[in-house]
Design a protein around this ligand. Structure first.
Ligand code: ADP
Ligand code: MG
Length: 239
């Protein structure tokens, strides 16, 4: 399952402060797109608007050709994985993964089937009755991804999901995310400030800086032909 994502003239303002200014972008169904930019440039805000956790101030967002910017988060066909994992501490792994599905009315036996399949995919089936505080950072991260997978979304939204992992685990998880994308074929938007993650994961990279998109292109295009001075210095390639 995968869907295209369309942003048209999307802006976000908090009072007098503009944090995203007229963002337009088309993402193809099944594409792996990485938003890369420095801290504070608006990446998380943009992702949260696609997920429906923040309202747009102006502009429109469509998923699979359907306007979603006025729909509640559970009805947009997207699932978000947070940097902090955001697991419920009092629930087991199984309950954490099932919780979002009960909310959207998936039948009980179907929930059981999906949780089991996702736990096997992520190799956390032996942890299914544990609570988050009994898990390592990497294991928690898998549960957070599992919680998104069971929703069978048309698009996954990842907000710096690897930034709390140590370097070795980060590399391995990066590879597994690429494999997950290949297997599911879902559209993926991945936010990071780490250019190695961007270069290795992305079909296309969206370079952001201070409220705006600086450049959109394949990793090769961005690296070889940076469009602005900012991109050149951020990527660290010669101009
Ligand atoms: P990034 O994820 O790229 O680091 P964010 O999207 O978190 O950036 O934040 C972009 C800008 O918006 C920052 O300047 C941040 O302080 C501001 N911001 C984010 N959320 C709010 C909010 N609820 N109220 C006011 N300003 C906010
Ligand atoms: Mg952020």
């Amino acid at each position: 399952m995968s869907a295209s994502i369309e942003l048209e003239n999307v802006s976000k303002r908090y009072g007098a402060l503009t944090v995203l200014d007229d963002i337009s972008l088309s993402i193809a169904a099944g594409e792996f797109v990485v938003f890369l930019g420095p801290s504070g440039c608006g990446k998380s805000t943009l992702l949260r608007m696609i997920a429906g956790l923040e309202d747009v101030s102006s502009g429109t967002i469509s998923v699979g050709g359907r306007r979603v910017d006025t729909l509640p988060p559970g009805k947009r066909g997207v699932a978000m994985v947070f940097q902090s994992y955001a697991l419920y501490p009092h629930m087991t792994v199984r309950q954490n993964m099932a919780f979002g599905l009960e909310n959207i009315g998936v039948p009980k036996d179907e929930i059981g089937r999906r949780v089991k399949a996702a736990a096997q995919t992520l190799e956390i089936d032996h942890l299914i009755d544990r609570k988050p505080q009994k898990l390592s950072g990497g294991q928690r991260q898998r549960v957070a991804i599992g919680r998104a997978i069971v929703k069978e979304p048309a698009a996954f939204l990842f907000d710096e999901p690897l930034s709390n992992l140590d370097a070795a685990l980060r590399g391995r998880t990066r590879l597994e995310l690429a494999q997950l994308h290949a297997r599911l074929g879902s559209t993926m938007i991945f936010v990071t400030h780490d250019q190695v993650e961007a270069m290795t994961l992305a079909d296309r990279i969206v370079i952001m800086n201070a409220r705006r998109i600086e450049q959109i292109g394949t990793p090769m295009e961005i690296y070889q032909r940076p469009a602005t001075r900012f991109v050149a210095s951020f990527i660290g390639s010669p101009t």
